[in-house]
Design a protein around this ligand. Sequence first.
Ligand code: PNS
Length: 169
Amino acid sequence: MRGTGVTHAVCPGSFDPPTLGHLDIVGRAAGLFERVTVAVLVNPAKEGMFTVAERLELLREAVHPWANVDVDSFGGLLVDYCTSHDIQAIVKGLRAVSDFDYELQMAQMNKGLSGVDTLFMPTSPTFSFLSSSLVKQVATYGGDVSAHLSAEVYAALTARLAEQRDGGL
Ligand code: PNS
């Protein structure tokens, strides 16, 4: 039996800010699916370092090389976003075994809720330790995170930290 072919996938996340690890997954997904949407979670319970609008702008710039990748935001359940946008697959990067437990729970819950499947993609080893929160923490205390971010995201992070420092004076 032939499958119907999965054409539209979503890469969901907080992306606060997007790292090169995120872009590694997005770029590889772009090679596998006709269309990929990078979807930023709007989470009113959690104030980020960047607003959702800022993250969307940074992501738009970052995904520019891939013509089949677009950027959007969503609130509520990811599966509802998938259903309303005719998205057939969720793509998630797995950095290490420690990611797996929670990702598996979410994948199984999402499958049960809506039938949408999750595909796990191992991150490239170069990015296996990378997370947005670690990047923010290291940068906040003056560590060099330039190797882990696009030039635009690095500039935005540096500017935001400077604003926060000035605001705190
Ligand atoms: O980058 P993150 O914060 O690890 O991404 C987590 C995200 C946004 C993919 C996950 O929290 C999510 O899908 N949230 C939307 C709400 C939802 O659908 N929750 C049920 C998951 S089973």
